[in-house]
Design a protein around this ligand. Structure first.
Ligand code: GLY
Length: 249
């Protein structure tokens, strides 16, 4: 194994086995606590930029990641004889010597999907039909040119020893920018079941506004929960940019 030092990012692509259409790139935050400390989690929150790239990536990083997803889709067919139809999720690290692959998933990312599907202008069902029919190159897939910030509220003790069985409540949680995960309904009540509980996405032309919307939404959720206030903030994004600059000097 090679230790990779840099900044992680996710590039998900719609894929019909021959043709890939890339979604905006997203950065997840794996560590449980603010300042990127604490245990690894499924992902505490994510952001994407209005230009569909990330400020610590070069144009070459982005195009190399896109080419890598395309190559992987082709090779899946060459090696298995079966066309991969679905969502191809490349997990990458931008390092001082270019991008490196960390992992591949045959699914959308959580919470990355919340960022990018919230921007999707094209009908999702049409996209899926074209994936199944192998005709993705015949559909124009568009995303809003907006920034997104998504924050997850998770149970106290998550991920090692999460509380569960408590009620989750709050204003406006029926709005379309809230996404429930590890919960179940008990009559009219929503009960946490012990993992990432509810996410809130903020969308705006400016990342700082998107962050404030996500923060305002998630912080009014009531329950034995916590979230990372720093995700999508200018201070943390600036840290990422400076980290990459330093590595690439
Ligand atoms: N956000 C990480 C994953 O979906 O695997």
């Amino acid at each position: 194994e090679e230790k990779l030092v840099g900044e992680e990012f996710s590039l998900m692509s719609f894929c019909d086995g021959e043709h890939c259409v890339h979604m905006p790139v997203v950065q997840d935050h794996k560590r449980a606590f603010e300042g990127d400390v604490g245990p690894n989690t499924g992902g505490m929150g994510t952001y994407s930029f209005a230009n569909h790239s990330l400020p610590f990536l070069s144009d070459k990083d982005l195009s190399d990641a896109q080419k890598t997803n395309e190559k992987v889709a082709k090779e899946l067919y060459n090696v298995t004889g079966t066309k991969f139809k679905g969502f191809l999720y490349g997990g990458f690290m931008a390092t001082k010597s270019g991008i490196k692959v960390i992992e591949y998933n045959a699914r959308l990312g959580d919470p990355e999907a919340i960022n990018v599907l919230s921007l999707l202008k094209t009908d999702f069902f049409d996209i899926c039909s074209h994936i199944v029919e192998g005709s993705l190159k015949n559909i124009n897939i568009e995303f809003e040119l907006c920034a997104t910030v998504c924050k997850y509220a998770v149970p106290n003790g998550y991920p090692d020893n999460p509380e569960k069985g408590f009620i989750v409540s709050g204003d406006n949680m029926e709005a379309s920018n809230f996404f429930f995960a590890a919960v179940q309904k008990d009559g009219n009540r929503i009960v946490a079941t012990g993992s990432r509980t509810v996410a809130c996405v903020g969308i705006d032309k400016e990342i700082s506004e998107a962050e404030q919307k996500a923060e305002a939404g998630i912080s009014q959720v009531v329950g034995n929960l916590f979230h990372r206030k720093d995700i999508g903030t200018t201070a943390l994004i600036q840290k990422r940019i400076e980290n990459m600059k330093r590595l690439r000097q």
